[in-house]
Design a binder for this molecule. Structure first.
Ligand SMILES: [Zn+2]
Length: 293
């Protein structure tokens, strides 16, 4: 499976191999078919077994630490809003030992069960991507129930929907796994009428990425990419309009925050949580506007 290959590469910190494996495998119909063939239906498991695992699954706010960590990682990456998890119970369950799939999401009960192997810290990336896959099913089920009522989960319509739902969840989970590996860029949008110089620091920069030193200048009305990628929306930045511009303005943090000496001056960084362009792809976006606050 694609993600299994990824986690092996990540352990060796072979980032180029990770990117190549993702690109090659995500484009391979054979790999996709093999991945699907490995998925065993949860329907094959004994109802009493599933009911026991469902009963142990925790509500939002009380998730197991590893699951809470995955939820935080996904929300920090901008994949889901925190409140998307409000109505879903999530728990670990020995699914594979019982002959089931690695994860399953109950349509009727809004419970996500993940195989116990994902509690291993070495499985963190795969856990994150698998939870993204199962959360897609949870949201699909919510949509189906909203459109067709509570009977949806027992309906022929749901049975017919399962194939495209699985394709959608697979594509989404794989894209999220890739984002965790390569990180998101930061796109700086300059909405001012003058050039701005900006400096950005990520709270979770990609390992091995070149730390940019100095300002990035963005022309008026244009966008540019900060050269460092990251896996968390949390950033600190400083920006100022170009010297000699009639529209002098600076974006700086409060006194007492983190400072940097950049481009011959001491700058005061401002904390910011950046929105993502899209849940499973695209950059974080930092928009600088010169309209009065
Ligand atoms: Zn699925």
């Amino acid at each position: 499976m694609i993600l299994r290959r990824v986690i092996e590469c990540v352990r060796t910190r072979n980032w180029i191999a990770v990117a190549l494996a993702l690109l090659a495998l995500s484009a391979s119909p054979i790999a996709r078919a093999q991945a699907l063939a490995e998925a065993l239906p949860a329907d094959a498991l004994a109802p009493a077994f599933l009911a026991e695992c469902d009963a142990r699954a925790a509500a939002s706010g009380a998730y197991d630490p590893e699951i809470a960590g995955a939820v935080l990682a996904l929300t920090n990456l901008g994949v889901f809003d925190r409140d998307a998890f409000e109505g879903v119970k999530i728990g670990f369950c020995p699914l594979r030992v019982a002959g089931g799939p690695v994860a399953t999401t109950s349509c009727a009960d809004d419970v996500i069960l993940l195989d116990v192997k994902y509690a291993d810290p070495a499985q963190r990336l795969v856990l994150n991507a698998t939870l993204a896959h199962e959360m897609t099913h949870y949201l699909q089920h919510q949509e189906g129930k909203a459109a067709s009522g509570d009977g949806y989960c027992a309906s022929a319509a749901y049975a017919a929907d399962k194939a495209w739902m699985e394709r959608e969840a697979d594509a989404f989970g794989d894209a999220v796994g890739e984002l965790f590996v390569i990180g998101r860029a930061v796109e700086v949008r300059n909405d001012c009428a003058t050039a701005v110089s900006v400096y950005v620091e990520a709270a979770a920069p990609m390992a091995g990425s070149d730390q940019a030193i100095g300002f990035l200048t963005v022309a008026p009305g244009m966008s540019a990419h900060w050269p460092e990628r990251s896996t968390s929306r949390l950033h600190q930045f400083y920006a100022e309009t170009a010297e000699n511009s009639g529209e002098a303005r600076a974006w700086r943090g409060a006194d007492g925050g983190r400072r940097r000496f950049i481009g011959g001056q001491t700058i005061q960084l401002r904390e910011i949580s950046l929105p993502a362009a899209a849940p499973a792809d695209g950059p974080f976006r930092l928009t600088l506007s010169c309209t009065p606050d």
